[in-house]
Design a protein around this ligand. Structure first.
Ligand code: ADP
Length: 290
């Protein structure tokens, strides 16, 4: 089972002729609201990859629909607290030429307390996974608690924050990050990825696939991506990570888990949207990757 301490956002898309200039008011000609946030995306991906996932998070009264949607997608939601503040959201202006501008507000995601996290993890069992990203609070407490309880701790270092990475580093077993984040981490720690005290590190490389650095076995293996025609790369990394941890939770070997996660990531970039369009196992099977 996966315990995912993660953000939940409402993604509000406003479609406009052009982006507003300072002081300008523009009427949007279309509006769409979807479920987003790295945490929610990973929970949905893990559920669609066929494993049990409990989301640990917080939303405001305006976010009840996000919890309902997670539930509908097979995510367990008993540890999503309803608190008296705005739900995290991203207001995304999309202009006709494809240019966008985004305002992010972390809202309830930054009101998650150690009590909430502790209450959830008290129900976890040794061998379960704790998964975290960087859009909430409490990562350090969660990592330490989970480690003490015998959970496996997986961390997606995005959006990259050097201070938080340094805090959780001693308690993580598996780190997932993209190339830019890997470079930032090496710069911060002054150490190469393969010298960090973490058993497994996966560096995703977009259309180039990924590499697996096993510091236990002292090996580095590269995995080429599955070729697809990409139309929207949003959420590829979140889909990859959710699938990877779910596959490991289902006891697949690391190479098999990576292959499945890359197939899910590849299908995801052929789709427009975030959590709502993350592929499930049947989509992957139907596509027939070789
Ligand atoms: P992030 O969104 O965090 O930057 P990546 O872009 O590295 O993450 O994507 C995560 C994974 O999704 C990659 O390792 C790869 O397997 C898959 N993927 C991403 N973009 C493509 C693409 N254009 N073609 C095929 N697979 C892709």
């Amino acid at each position: 089972m996966i315990w995912n301490l993660g953000s939940i956002n409402a993604d509000n898309f406003y479609y406009l002729r052009h982006l507003p200039a300072p002081g300008e008011t523009i009427a949007a000609h279309d509006f769409r609201q979807g479920l987003g946030g790295k945490g929610a995306n990973m929970s949905v991906a893990a559920a669609r990859a066929g494993t049990r996932v409990m989301h640990i998070g917080a939303v405001g009264p305006d976010g009840k629909w996000t919890v309902d949607r997670l539930l509908e997608y097979g995510v367990e939601t008993q540890h999503i607290s309803m608190i008296d503040t705005a739900t995290g959201h991203a207001n995304i202006c999309v202009a006709e030429d494809g240019e966008n501008s985004i305002v992010l507000f972390s809202g309830a995601n930054h009101q998650i307390t150690t009590q909430m996290i502790g209450a959830a993890l008290a129900e976890a069992s040794p061998g379960d996974f704790l998964l975290m990203q960087n859009e909430t609070l409490g990562q350090r407490f969660a990592a330490q608690t989970a480690h003490t309880l015998g959970l496996r701790v997986a961390y997606a270092a995005a959006p990259f924050d050097a201070e938080i990475v340094a805090q959780v580093l001693p308690d993580i077993d598996l780190l997932v990050l993209n190339e830019v984040e890997a470079e930032a981490l090496e710069k911060t720690t002054g150490a190469r990825i393969d010298a960090l005290p973490i058993d497994d590190i996966i560096v995703t490389l977009g259309a180039e696939g990924c590499k697996w650095v096993s510091n236990k076995a002292k090996t580095v293996q590269s995995f080429p991506a599955y070729p697809v025609k990409a139309i929207d790369t949003t959420g590829a990394g979140d889909t990859f990570t959710g699938y990877l941890i779910a596959a490991l939770d289902r006891k697949l070997s690391m190479p098999d888990a990576i292959a499945l996660a890359m197939q899910a990531g590849a299908l995801m970039v052929t789709r427009q949207g975030t959590a709502d369009v993350i592929p499930d196992l049947k989509d992957i099977q139907d596509h027939g990757f070789d």
